[in-house]
Design a protein around this ligand. Structure first.
Ligand code: URA
Length: 192
């Protein structure tokens, strides 16, 4: 079994798709290594590419602020990663080839971290994790149970920067994540 550090080193050397050609850094993910919640975005942007860290730009700051208000902190309660670990130029949506080339890394991250809850941020993770036909506007805030994981989706925080009216729904969805998290914690505590 690989550790997350070993996996991150493998990602750093990856040349499986053309996104490696323009990257400054790979962005494997970060957070608590045994988190019960994993957030998954689309792909790094310019700030993330420069720093090698996920969700550190404006959208990431907005997400962190909302999560902190729910008492969720990166180092303590969640791990955050992306479908693609390298930045697509001009922040375009990753192609199917790029996403498919990168997905095995995400699967391995999930296998190592073993989160109970997976939260898709926006349409791209919904497409590759939930279903190609799913629509974020229809499934956001709902739960799916698959292979022992509770999976849900909400808007990508960048969408809130473009359209403030989505903030209310985003907040409702995150509160549901927190409720599910509390349920899981209380079950774990009863078992132990
Ligand atoms: N948007 C994403 O989907 N991921 C990041 O890491 C940053 C912005």
């Amino acid at each position: 079994m690989f550790t997350l550090d070993e996996l991150s080193r493998e990602i750093a050397d990856c040349t499986k798709c053309r996104l490696h050609l323009n990257r400054i850094n790979t962005v494997p993910g970060e957070g608590n290594l045994s988190a019960r919640v994993m957030f998954i975005g689309e792909a790094p942007g310019a700030d993330e590419d420069r720093l090698g860290r996920p969700f550190v730009g404006k959208a990431g700051q907005l997400l962190d602020k909302a999560l902190n208000a729910l008492d969720f902190y990166r180092d303590e309660n969640y791990y955050i990663s992306n479908i693609c670990k390298c930045r697509p130029e001009k922040n375009r949506i990753p192609t199917d080839d790029e996403a498919e080339a990168c997905l095995p890394y995400l699967r391995r991250q999930v296998a190592i971290i073993k989160p109970k809850i997976i939260v898709c941020l926006g349409a791209t993770p919904v497409k590759y994790i939930i279903d190609k036909q799913s629509r974020i506007t229809l499934i956001r805030g709902t739960w799916l149970e698959r292979k022992g994981y509770y999976i849900t989706a909400t808007f990508h925080p960048a969408a809130l920067l473009r359209d403030e009216s989505k903030k209310r729904f985003f907040w409702e969805d995150l509160k549901k994540v927190k409720e599910k998290y509390n349920e899981i914690i209380s079950i774990d505590q009863k078992i132990v």
